[in-house]
Design a binder for this molecule. Structure first.
Ligand SMILES: Cc1cc2nc3c(=O)[nH]c(=O)nc-3n(C[C@H](O)[C@H](O)[C@H](O)COP(=O)(O)OP(=O)(O)OC[C@H]3O[C@@H](n4cnc5c(N)ncnc54)[C@H](O)[C@@H]3O)c2cc1C
Length: 295
């Protein structure tokens, strides 16, 4: 354990060195991460950020790693990951949840309470923090529609409360202040029948399993182009089924690149770039990435 890890360790925060990016992202690529810290609660987040700032170590926060790729050369900084095991508290129609809680876990909790509005969360393999940071959504629902407020720690080490209007939410888009770590959030739901909610979730899961690949992926590669799903453009390129190394443009859903075994992040982006250039040449539009490259 080096000096920085020892310092974090002395604060009572779990820290690891050299964790493989493959275990931190759903696509399963990426080299070793220099430090991975797992703080519990805002106090520990504040201490970790302060230590990183003191030592001039760059940091990023990662959730379920289901919308990001890590570089194959590794990440020479600190990744902060929040715990999934935080309690979810309900007061009437308001529910407060930790940012590290997985979206399907929240969906299960809400259905058991007879609270509707977040059924879409049942099939998204990310955390609530990641969802609030990218405004995750599906089947016409978005997290921003439910958010009342978000508690966060700013990069200057302040506890802050953010409101949806502060984050300039759009379709799968949000402007989280640079370096901020979202720690928990409160959502407003609507009362409904548990059976109806569960049925809706079942239908959503079935639709996903019919239309999306089962192999490891990072979800949709490209954003919608205006109102048009990117898959319409990608389909037109005829590249469905194209492979670069272990990365394959899924024959099941062509806006997914899947890892068929041992794919690198470079292979992923080489394939994605090939698709983008082909879309540009055919339709004159360059699709924007939905997936984020952490560097
Ligand atoms: C099979 C599959 C299906 C998917 N389907 C959907 C879908 O239907 N709809 C959809 O919207 N997305 C979908 N996704 C993409 C992804 O799951 C979502 O975008 C999810 O919300 C990302 O959450 P995460 O915790 O994995 O975030 P990560 O990928 O870990 O991070 C994403 C971004 O959020 C930031 N972030 C994470 N946690 C925090 C925090 N606590 N504070 C501040 N910033 C934070 C990260 O720094 C990064 O910039 C899918 C992905 C997969 C693999």
């Amino acid at each position: 354990m080096d000096e920085f890890s020892s310092r974090i360790h002395r604060l009572g925060v779990r820290i690891f060195e050299g964790v493989s990016g493959r275990s931190l992202t759903t696509f399963g690529s990426g080299g070793a991460v220099r430090y991975l810290a797992l703080p519990h609660g805002e106090e520990e987040i504040l201490s970790v950020i302060a230590a990183a700032r003191d030592e001039d170590i760059p940091y990023r926060v990662i959730g379920g790693g289901s919308n990001v790729l890590l570089p194959d050369r590794g990440y020479d900084g600190l990744l902060v990951k929040l715990p999934a095991e935080e309690p979810i508290r309900r007061v009437g129609n308001l529910v407060t949840v930790g940012a590290g809680v997985k979206m399907p876990a929240l969906a299960r909790f809400l259905s058991a309470c007879g609270l509707s509005g977040a059924e879409f969360a049942c099939g998204i393999p990310g955390t609530m923090g990641g969802a609030a940071a990218v405004n995750a959504g599906a089947f016409g629902q978005s997290l921003s529609d439910l958010l009342v407020e978000i508690r966060a720690v700013s990069k200057d080490g302040e506890r802050v409360v953010l409101y949806p209007r502060d984050l300039d939410y759009g379709y799968h888009r949000a402007s989280v202040p640079e370096g901020a770590i979202l720690s928990s959030m409160t959502l407003r739901l609507t009362e409904s029948e548990e059976g109806t909610i569960k049925q809706r979730m079942r239908e959503m899961r079935e639709r996903r399993s019919r239309t999306q690949p089962r192999e490891p992926s990072a979800g949709s590669v490209f954003r919608r182009v205006g109102e048009t799903p990117a898959a319409i453009y990608v389909e037109g390129t005829g590249l469905k089924g194209t492979r670069i190394g272990g990365a394959l443009l899924s024959p099941v859903h062509c806006n997914f690149i899947v890892n068929t075994g041992g794919a690198t992040s470079e292979e992923y982006f080489a394939l994605a770039e090939k698709v983008r250039e082909s879309v540009k040449a055919l339709y004159g539009v360059l699709p924007e990435y939905e997936v984020e490259r952490i560097c």
